[in-house]
Design a protein around this ligand. Structure first.
Ligand code: AMP
Length: 310
């Protein structure tokens, strides 16, 4: 898809209030793209009122805070949603209350919502897309903005590890570094763990079930998480861990939620796993997807598919 930079620019120019959303259970790319875009518009269009909304994940509070957005703010506003493939995953259901809706995302475009849709599935991260747009439109980039976008890129590429990392990713990262950000500090903040999460990592490595096919799984019940004093949301910080083991090719981490269902993080080094995620109330990228399981039987069904994948 050709990037509709001019349509997005015209929409920004046409509205006084712009409200930016992103997905539930945010990760650094969700926050980085959302608040990075907000700061870009604030800096380059000082007359605009720009607001960000969504749940404040405590483990990411070092990156950015959200604004307080009232229902009235949506009247006659432009709403932009970053990093979110489908409407059901948008954080803050008021996203439809504005006058115009724009989707900017790098996941497969299974649900093209909004008047303007810019989806680039080749992009490593939504933050990379926002930085690209800023460069193409000649917007001024500050250190504050570059820090947010760089964190999003580092987060979604696993520190430039995953295959979606391209030469363009490095060109954009280089551009962001040139603003003078402390890249080492950002990477360290993304990579720092609390002692209790470190202990959970030990548990995962100790109890990971690895199949001879290269598939691996771990189930983290509420009881186990309580034993480590860990909230279910914090597990996302250690999802990449099983992939460090050379005999593990693909893996699933099943985390029990407050309602008794399981969030299933699916990851793979080679084989495409988003088909399995789609069959179990989820979706995502070919090598990084999320699903849900509503019973131990559904966990077993996902596990069987992961083992059988060729
Ligand atoms: P996660 O395992 O939650 O870190 O998600 C990995 C990728 O899958 C992310 O790009 C998510 O946007 C996507 N994803 C996770 N859960 C879902 C879901 N329920 N529906 C669609 N996509 C999802």
């Amino acid at each position: 898809m050709t990037a509709p930079f001019l349509s997005i620019l015209q929409a920004i120019q046409a509205y006084d209030t712009i409200i930016i959303h992103r997905h539930q259970k945010p990760d650094p790319d969700a926050i980085g793209s959302q608040v990075g875009l907000a700061e870009l518009i604030r800096h380059n269009f000082p007359d605009k009122r720009v607001l960000t909304t969504g749940y404040e994940e405590p483990t990411l509070s070092w990156l950015a805070a959200m604004d307080s957005v009232s229902d009235k703010d949506y009247t006659g506003s432009l709403v932009i949603v970053t990093d979110t493939a489908n409407k059901a995953r948008i954080d803050d259901e008021r996203y439809n209350n504005g006058d115009c809706l724009i989707k900017i995302d790098h996941h497969p475009n299974d649900e093209p919502y909004g008047e303007i849709v810019w989806v680039d599935t080749i992009a490593s991260s939504c933050s990379e897309m926002i930085a690209e747009m800023a460069i193409e439109l000649g917007w001024t980039m500050t250190t504050k903005i570059a820090r947010l976008l760089y964190a999003g890129i580092v987060g979604d590429t696993g520190r430039f590890l995953y295959p979606a990392t391209s030469s363009k990713t490095f060109r954009i990262a280089s551009y962001l570094l040139d603003t003078g950000i402390d890249a080492a500090l950002i990477t360290r903040q993304l990579d720092t763990l609390s002692p209790k999460l470190a202990r959970l990592m030990g548990y995962i490595l100790e109890h990971l079930q690895v199949d001879h096919s290269g598939a691996a799984r771990i189930v983290l019940s509420s009881k186990i998480l309580q034993g480590f004093d860990i909230r279910p949301e914090e597990v996302s910080l250690v999802v990449g861990l099983p992939g460090k083991i050379d005999s593990v090719d693909r893996w699933m981490i099943c985390t029990e939620q407050a309602d008794g269902s399981y969030r299933v993080n699916l990851r793979s080094k080679t084989l495409t796993i988003n088909g399995i995620a789609k069959e179990h109330h989820g979706g995502g990228h070919p090598l990084a997807s999320g699903a849900k399981a509503y019973s131990p039987e559904e966990i077993a069904a996902i596990w069987a598919k992961l083992k059988d994948l060729r």
